[in-house]
Design a protein around this ligand. Sequence first.
Ligand code: DAH
Length: 345
Amino acid sequence: MKERLQELQQEAVTLVEEANDLKRLQEIRVAYLGKKGPITEVLRGMGKLSAEERPVIGQLANDVRAVIQEKLEAKEQQLEEIEIEKKLSAESIDVTLPGRPVSLGGQHTLSLVVEQIEDIFIGMGFTVAEGPEVETDYYNFEALNLPKDHPARDMQDSFYITNDLLLRTHTSPVQARTMEKYKGQGPVKIICPGKVFRRDDDDATHSHQFMQVEGLYVAENVRMSDLKGVLETFAKKYFGEDRKIRLRPSFFPFTEPSVEVDVSCGMCSGKGCRICKQTGWIEVLGAGMVHPNVLEMSGFDSKKYTGFAFGMGVERLAMLKYDIDDIRHFYTNDYRFLTQFQRER
Ligand code: DAH
């Protein structure tokens, strides 16, 4: 019996040593130490032993059981460690692998330019006003000194919705809306960026939808020289300090006198080139002194108040500054185009 027990111990220990997974260990445990295992069997047969032998064999059986138990536990721990090790190396992160670049969204080129324009005018004391894109005939035309059959209405082909409603053809109606809000009390000093719509055929320089920035300054003693100063400051801050402006006589129903404003060509510094059609100047906006009729219609006393107004096309300003050759780039949202313009800080 003694030999049998020693044999069993030897057998079990060898099997444990050879085992290479936890499942196998469990099988060995059940086979050797389980209720139906050989050691239990030996213990069961102890009744047949003599009184001297019984405690010796009993002790031995317990020792054998303990040894196997111990070996099993040690092996179990070892296998678990190997398993963890394996898991860790499988899940480990290779920190030397270059990361995938995350592309951050950016501002649309037009928003970027509008922001630059706003910053410049805010710096000169203007605030930013808004108005609706669907406008009444009254604000879009009549309040701007363009009565129903005024020939100048033909200057702008409009998208009418009803007889009285249209998509605004310019941001100028915001002048009238803002003045009404001020109820005849100046100063009014606003700019209004926004979308405008015209029935134009789209090509490299025309779009049926585009953006304008309107400007209006009404107060006592506002003069043409104030207009010139503000626009010159704008041109220098937007295009560069070396730029100059010039005013040419023009016509708008809502201003008198009216002017067309040119900025000196940045390409040839005014010497004349392809961009400025050899003139040295590039037309950038329309402006003038607010017509007394416009002031009066919006509730301002034209004897007491004077003002200037201007309107400029945002796409045009962007195209000139960034040398963009086709207005349609702004609306086709080609990623390769858009990512070339980043916010200036
Ligand atoms: N509204 C004009 C246009 O769409 C631009 C303009 C010219 C606005 C003169 C003005 C201005 O305020 O005084 O072409």
